[in-house]
Design a protein around this ligand. Structure first.
Ligand code: DC
Length: 230
């Protein structure tokens, strides 16, 4: 059977990675979490003291971008690839609310996007890939055979992210998480370089009231229809 490229875009905490991982496992495809790559650059920026709540030294970050090496290694136990920054597993560090609070600013820098998009295109060049992010169907793989655009209300998304953070043992309030979700929605959709928009040929899926099972069934049907048309 021919392999295809599946591009999944949408707002934060819409369950993109959940559906992407399910699909990749089912189809035997590679899954690439591009948000993790932007989060990795953000962690690098924070660790170097280039960003905090008062300042962001973009020039310093751009001059050090050549020192950022992002890679993925498949973890058999977890069933997905974990992200590494210069050889260090940073899967846990990049999921904090602190990283979330800076990531949209870092992701708005054109030099950062240029470098990561190039790497993403390389990773998906042989197809057989499910990639999720904000610009996959519009910029990274504009010719992807199947494009999905995930949405859900900000409140539902904040509740999901809040539950995840609490489960991990993080001390956060629902209000802070909701504010972060809304702020990121705004920055991601208003930035000049590759803003989050639905590609004309993307299929929108609002999963506010969908169970994981029914969402998976629905998406799998779309995959099969796409494969039948090849
Ligand atoms: O999917 P996520 O929440 O882990 O993504 C983190 C941030 O990275 C998100 O707020 C916007 C940015 N991002 C992006 O600009 N382009 C992508 N392809 C993926 C993520």
């Amino acid at each position: 059977m021919q392999n295809i490229t599946i591009a999944i875009d949408g707002f934060s905490s819409t369950g993109k990675s959940t559906i992407a991982k399910q699909l990749a496992k089912h189809l035997g495809y590679i899954y690439v979490d591009t948000g993790a790559m932007y989060r990795a650059v953000t962690l690098f920026t924070m660790r170097n003291g280039f960003i905090d709540s008062e300042h962001f030294d973009v020039v310093a970050l751009v001059s050090k971008l050549n020192e950022v090496d992002i890679s993925f290694t498949f973890n058999v136990e977890l069933g997905f690839a974990e992200v590494y920054l210069n050889g260090e597993n940073i899967e846990k560090e990049i999921r904090t609310l602190e990283v979330s609070s800076f990531v949209s600013k870092v992701a708005a820098i054109p030099e950062v996007r240029y470098q990561l998009v190039k790497q993403q295109q390389q990773m998906g060049k042989d197809k057989g890939v499910v990639m999720d992010g904000r610009d996959i169907g519009t910029v990274v793989f504009p010719y992807a055979e199947l494009k999905l655009f995930m949405t859900a209300s900000a409140e539902k998304r904040a509740r999901r992210r809040y539950d995840e953070l609490i489960d991990r043992g993080d001390k956060v309030t629902y209000e802070d998480v909701l504010r972060n979700v809304q702020e990121r929605d705004y920055i991601d959709t208003h930035r000049e370089d590759s803003p989050l928009v639905k590609a004309d040929d993307a299929i929108e899926i609002d999963n506010s009231d969908l169970t994981l099972e029914s969402q998976f069934e629905k998406v799998l049907e779309l995959v099969n229809t796409t494969l039948d048309k090849l």
